[in-house]
Design a protein around this ligand. Structure first.
Ligand SMILES: NC(=O)c1ccc[n+]([C@@H]2O[C@H](COP(=O)([O-])OP(=O)(O)OC[C@H]3O[C@@H](n4cnc5c(N)ncnc54)[C@H](O)[C@@H]3O)[C@@H](O)[C@H]2O)c1
Length: 285
């Protein structure tokens, strides 16, 4: 199973990061989203991220141009027909992912691997929307993709070892460390992390401390590089809420009950860094 060409579906913060790292590692990449504007926004984000690397002398201007040359825009999923691996990184909603996987199953060659960057949705359930569950796998990159080393690899019930091996090799080729786990809600990472982020939101809701205070305590006291509330903003509060709801449904355990403050913020459209406002303000004056 040789991977040469990759399509990334969803050009948001995760999809654009995955496309950037894949192209930087020499793969031919198609970047897809639901409109030309959103693909262009993703490409602009990649260009800005590469500019920062050039400035820090981590890559040359020529390397930057090479990365951008290897990424093609795709406003439909038709180009998936040319791909060996598709990494889906659209919004964290089962109905959206189900629709994408159904379409990918029809568009791609039978040998193509279909991976999802889902944070919490069951890979086995996503795979059931295709006629090739053995070629469906979770490839959970961390945010921000260019910086974070881990790729959590989630094997669905039917995923074959050959598919796991091919995907692990691709993650390694992208300079990442793949670590495997079973397909349970939230996998290893978010089952632990989301409880902490939610608890920090409950503390804010109850007025235990200010947002800055909660984050300072966790940074200085636990040696975390960023506080849980700043991290929730970075992940996206809509994504945090979606993951908590999936955990709550998946385990039927009230310990995952999302804090009402989180729901209010999402209802207000305060989604965190990506929308300019979340728990903190990111508007530039
Ligand atoms: N944000 C994180 O820290 C993080 C970390 C790991 C995994 N994830 C997962 O990655 C996925 C994407 O998250 P994100 O933070 O990049 O979200 P985002 O909101 O930044 O981007 C999502 C993108 O998906 C696009 N999209 C929606 N429907 C689509 C469709 N039918 N076809 C193609 N594109 C579509 C949207 O237009 C948007 O550009 C989610 O499943 C999320 O759970 C997120």
């Amino acid at each position: 199973m040789e991977i040469k060409t990759i399509m990334v579906v969803g050009a948001g913060q995760m999809g654009s990061g995955i496309a950037q790292m894949a192209a930087k590692s020499g793969y031919s990449v198609y970047l897809n989203d639901i409109s030309r504007e959103l693909v262009d926004k993703g490409l602009a984000g990649i260009s800005a991220s590469l500019d920062r690397m050039v400035k820090k002398e981590k890559i040359s201007k020529d390397e930057k141009a090479g990365v951008l040359d290897r990424i093609q825009s795709a406003v439909t999923l038709d180009s998936a027909a040319q791909c060996d691996l598709i990494v889906e990184a659209a919004v964290e909603k089962m109905e959206v992912k189900a629709e994408i996987f159904k379409k990918l199953d029809q568009t791609t060659p039978a040998k193509a691997i279909l991976a999802s960057n889902t944070s919490s949705l069951p890979i086995t359930a996503i795979a059931a929307h295709t006629g090739r569950p053995e070629k469906v796998i979770g490839m959970h990159f961390m945010n921000p993709v260019p910086v974070m080393n881990l790729v959590e690899i989630i094997n669905g019930l039917a995923t074959t070892p050959e598919v796991t091996e091919a995907v692990c090799k691709t993650a390694e080729a992208m300079g990442k460390t793949p670590v495997e786990c079973r397909d349970v809600p939230g996998f290893v990472s978010n089952r632990v992390l989301m409880v902490m982020l939610n608890e920090a939101l409950w503390e804010l809701y109850e007025g235990v401390a200010t947002a800055e205070g909660i984050d300072q305590i966790m940074k200085l006291g636990m040696n975390h590089p960023m506080g849980p509330l700043a991290l929730a903003d970075l992940i996206g509060l809509d994504t945090v809420l979606a993951i908590l709801q999936i955990l709550q449904e998946g385990y039927g355990d009230p310990k995952y009950r999302p804090c009402p403050l989180l729901k209010s913020y999402v209802n207000a459209g305060w989604l965190g860094k990506k929308s300019g406002k979340g728990i903190y303000n990111y508007y530039r004056s």
